[in-house]
Design a protein. Structure first.
Length: 401
């Protein structure tokens, strides 16, 4: 009797365990409802991870794709405030810089140098947005800077305080460029490492999204020699050709190039190439950056730069170059007062220059900036006053919240 009862009890407990396990499994499959914003986590960890494109749109205050695990976040007051702040920064940047730079590119750059060359941007940091404004159709963008590549923790994996801290720091890091059109390197080195959105990667991705791009692929990359980098592929529209952004963390001084010769060897494979230099701390004026300077003069079919780039005297010595002047040249800021160029001032005086409708570089206010477009050619170098041609393409807006 006792054995029979024991067997019956054991069988009952066995079925109870099976039922409890089945119930727990069924419960685990029921979607968890969103929690209140003051909870530690807004939503339960999703079964599907967010895509790089949705992460970029999320960071920059744009709507993510339907069904994205980031959708729930975008309905919260905290995120809506971030989206409004980002939209306001973009609206100002678009009006003051991006739209005018797109028009300048269509009227002054494309007719002279075309649109299909690789763009090389040394000392760029994460400043993709200015390069994209001026060279929107480049098949390849090569950005090189001292700032770390970084990483993005998928936002859906973060609790509320970490996400809010990451978004606030991103607004701070990108706000300087969206207000003044350049980054402050010493501030970036601190700001870019403070949260779960580290390094240049989240900034470059958000700039691609703001510019209307759709990211298709993100992967680690190295040009060789152990230099860290990242490769980001994107399209303007689903049917547009894929464009590639490479960012490489590297020291562009002579010592840095001696230690990592693979970088310039890799960049040299991209021909023809146009170089862009802006807010470059006048480093290419110094003898200890001669390797990078000589490389750009040798391997570029054209160079667009402000006066912080390559001094005019090196163009005149390495020609022939056709020189086109834009804006206004005055002495550098006090921080860089040891780098005046009397010959550049004389060239602006004698050749004349086309006004710039936007600010750029260290003297970021409209009417105070300068750009020079140097184009390698067979004839003797000459200064030329540019003339307007075709109208600019439409500027992508910010379809945010």
């Amino acid at each position: 009797m006792e054995k029979s009862a024991a067997r019956s009890m054991f069988a009952g407990m066995r079925w109870l365990c099976i039922l409890l396990a089945a119930g727990a499994s069924a419960f685990a499959q029921i979607p968890t409802a969103p929690r209140t914003p003051d909870s530690q986590f807004l939503v339960a960890p999703p079964a599907v991870a967010s895509t790089p494109n949705d992460q970029a749109r999320f960071l920059s205050g744009l709507r993510v794709s339907p069904g994205s695990p980031l959708e729930a976040w975008q309905r919260t007051p905290e995120y809506l405030a971030h989206a409004r702040d980002y939209a306001a920064m973009w609206k100002r940047f678009d009006a003051r810089y991006f739209g005018e730079m797109r028009r300048f590119a269509a009227q002054q750059l494309a007719p002279r140098i075309g649109t299909t060359q690789t763009l090389t941007y040394f000392f760029s940091g994460p400043d993709f947005i200015n390069a994209y404004a001026l060279f929107p159709d480049a098949p390849v963008y090569i950005l090189v800077g001292l700032e770390s590549v970084g990483s993005i923790v998928p936002p859906e994996q973060l609790d509320v305080p970490r996400l809010q801290a990451g978004l606030a720091n991103l607004r701070k890091s990108t706000g300087v460029t969206l207000q003044f059109s350049f980054f402050i390197t010493k501030d970036m080195k601190i700001d870019l490492e403070q949260t779960d959105f580290k390094g240049v990667l989240p900034i470059i991705e958000s700039f691609i999204a703001l510019g209307g791009g759709q990211i298709t692929h993100v992967a680690p990359f190295s040009p060789g020699g152990g230099l860290p980098g990242v490769e980001i592929r994107f399209r303007k529209t689903p049917d547009a050709p894929e464009q590639i952004v490479y960012y490489i963390q590297a020291d562009l001084s002579n010592d840095g190039m001696k230690s990592h010769p693979a970088l310039l060897a890799w960049v040299a494979h991209f021909q023809p190439a146009v170089a862009y230099l802006k807010a470059a701390s006048y480093l290419l004026h110094e003898p200890y950056f001669s390797r990078s300077r000589d490389f750009l003069l040798t391997h570029s079919v054209a160079i667009l730069q402000d006066d912080s780039g390559i001094p005019l005297k090196y163009f005149l010595a390495s020609g022939p170059w056709q020189l086109n002047f834009f804006g206004t040249y005055t002495a550098p800021l006090d921080l860089f007062k040891k780098y005046p160029q009397p010959d550049l001032a004389a060239a602006y005086q004698s050749a004349g220059a086309t006004p710039l409708d936007f600010g750029t570089g260290y003297k970021w206010k409209k009417g105070e900036s300068n750009l020079m477009l140097a184009i390698r050619q067979a004839a003797a170098p000459r200064a030329e006053v540019p003339h307007p041609t075709s109208p600019a393409p439409p500027v992508p807006g910010n379809p945010g919240f």
